[in-house]
Ligand binder design. Structure first.
Ligand code: HEC
Length: 156
């Protein structure tokens, strides 16, 4: 009896473990979530910088440098694999806002990515130098986010 109970428990645990992975049986959904998560982290770091520039929160040099360093760190992530072909909204409607143009017009999206990287570098060079310096470069960052979204992200 004890043996049967233990066998039953072993099977139960195995079933639970399998289900935990089966919940996302399509690995492409993990890719989509990863790239969306990275975008959320950009937003998390860039929003306070926009708010400082607009005067909604006080400018703080240490904070500004920390946030722009986060953005630079995100640029170091090697997650190109999360943008695998065949994971656009034509294949995964309701799961992703990525337009098929990302792949069909490649390397246009990469060029938009380079503009973004350049805008972050320009901001990083001055973010700690005062509110006016921040203001002079934050607009370029916003434009580069928007530029890419206009062409490659489905409108909400
Ligand atoms: C080179 C192109 C590109 C740049 C630059 C870019 N994005 Fe995105 N972003 C996308 C694409 C494509 C999606 C759609 C991702 C998906 O749903 O698969 C997206 C999605 C998002 C999302 C939604 C994520 C979610 O949870 O669905 C947010 C928020 C976002 N971006 C913020 C930003 C911010 C802030 C910046 C600039 C600091 C930025 N993005 C720069 C292409 C870009």
């Amino acid at each position: 009896m004890k043996k049967i109970l233990s066998l039953f428990l072993t099977m139960l645990v195995a079933t639970i473990a399998t289900n935990a992975f089966a919940a996302d049986e399509d690995p492409n959904l993990q890719l989509i979530k990863a790239r969306q998560g990275e975008m959320e982290l950009r937003t998390f770091s860039v929003m306070p910088l926009f708010r400082m520039a607009k005067g909604e929160i006080p400018y703080n040099a240490d904070q500004a440098v920390k946030l722009v360093n986060n953005l630079k760190l995100l640029m170091q992530l090697d997650i190109g694999d999360a943008w695998a072909q065949g994971t656009g909204k034509d294949k995964y409607p309701g799961k992703t806002h990525s337009l098929p143009e990302i792949w069909s017009t490649y390397p246009k999206v990469a060029e938009a990515g380079k503009l973004y990287d350049a805008a972050i570098e320009e901001l990083a060079a001055v973010a700690g130098n005062g509110l006016d310096a921040l203001k002079s470069k934050i607009g370029g960052v916003g434009d580069s986010c928007k530029g890419c979204h206009d062409d490659f992200r489905e409108k909400e």
